[in-house]
Design a protein. Structure first.
Length: 188
């Protein structure tokens, strides 16, 4: 089973015009502590979420078509169609936060799942005796085969990974907006 690092399309822009301060206000996070820690702590945002409104970013103001699934920060932004097609696959692994974008229905998918790394195949990189990232990253296939989207404790909680089931659903629906990279540590 292949594991993929999810990435934005090359030379793409975020679809929505929503900055981190507006996001913090939506979730009632006055000091940005939750915004900074949430990807790591997996705290649910549903209890404080009240379908906010925002605009399309200037790059998408005149667009006829928007990516079906793209990134907004560490979250996946999904069109209503993508959410409908992905909800059965993803609902046990995160939450869908509704968002109105100039009257159009979108969802932020907040991944609340970590994949278990295969510690025997993961190698930590050191620079002058100080831990400096990873040389290799691998996941326990038994663990992640049932997790369509997940994060890594070793790599950091701001990167999303996907298994073959997620990619097959994405491909079967001819969705646009993401790249799938089998080089799990490649940031480009």
């Amino acid at each position: 089973m292949n594991i993929y690092r999810l990435k934005s399309m090359v030379n793409s822009y975020e679809v929505i015009d929503l900055d981190i301060f507006e996001f913090a206000e939506i979730i009632g996070d006055d000091d940005l502590s939750l915004v900074r820690s949430q990807p790591r702590t997996n705290e649910s945002l549903l209890d404080t979420w009240e379908t906010p409104s925002c605009s399309y970013s200037k790059e998408y103001k005149q667009a006829v078509k928007y990516p079906d699934i793209s990134f907004w920060g560490t979250y996946l932004l999904m069109s209503a169609t993508a959410k409908t097609k992905m909800v059965a696959l993803l609902s046990d692994f995160g939450e869908f936060l509704p968002l109105s974008v100039e009257g159009d229905e979108f969802y932020l998918f907040n991944c609340l799942t970590f994949g278990l790394e295969d510690k025997q195949l993961c190698v930590v990189k050191y620079n002058e005796g100080i831990e400096d990232g990873l040389e290799s990253l691998a996941f326990d296939i038994q663990d992640v085969q049932s997790k369509p989207v997940f994060k890594s404790n070793l790599q950091g909680s701001r990167t999303l990974f996907a298994n073959e089931k997620f990619k097959q659903c994405y491909d079967a629906n001819n969705f646009s907006g993401l790249r799938f990279d089998t080089e799990l540590l490649n940031i480009f």
